[in-house]
Design a protein around this ligand. Structure first.
Ligand SMILES: [Zn+2]
Length: 126
């Protein structure tokens, strides 16, 4: 079955705003090895426990979404929307200028000090 949410997260960047160190090749599975590790360039912490937990939380949310059987998914979504103040589809399409008819999107998140959406791009199905 096609996954509803596929987590393809990877990459680390330094938390220091004036430092440009980044390693896009680090995989999420290897994040625990980077917990509280100093930045190779400036020595600042590159991955705090809070940021790591945000990453793991997102993975678990994706797993949850993917585990709901098709016949219950609509009900599940309805309950989520009643509980969590999510942006409407229209707001997201407008904010990220998505073409009409977009069904799947690639969402880039930054998990430093909370979860922030940095980009939303349509995925070509063709
Ligand atoms: Zn740094």
């Amino acid at each position: 079955m096609e996954q509803r949410i596929e987590v393809t997260g990877h990459g680390l960047k330094c938390d220091n705003p004036s430092c440009d160190w980044t390693d896009p090749t680090v995989q999420v599975d290897d994040y625990p090895q980077w917990l509280n590790a100093p930045c190779p360039k400036c020595g600042e912490n590159v991955l705090t426990e809070e940021d790591l937990n945000n990453t793991l939380m997102l993975r678990n949310i994706a797993k949850l979404f993917n585990s709901i059987p098709e016949e219950n998914f609509e009900e599940f979504l309805k309950e989520i929307k009643e509980t969590i103040p999510l942006s409407s589809e229209e707001e997201i399409f407008e904010k990220y200028d998505l073409p009409e008819g977009t069904e799947r999107v690639n969402v880039t998140l930054n998990v430093h000090k909370g979860v922030h959406i940095t980009n939303v791009k349509p995925i070509d199905n063709g």
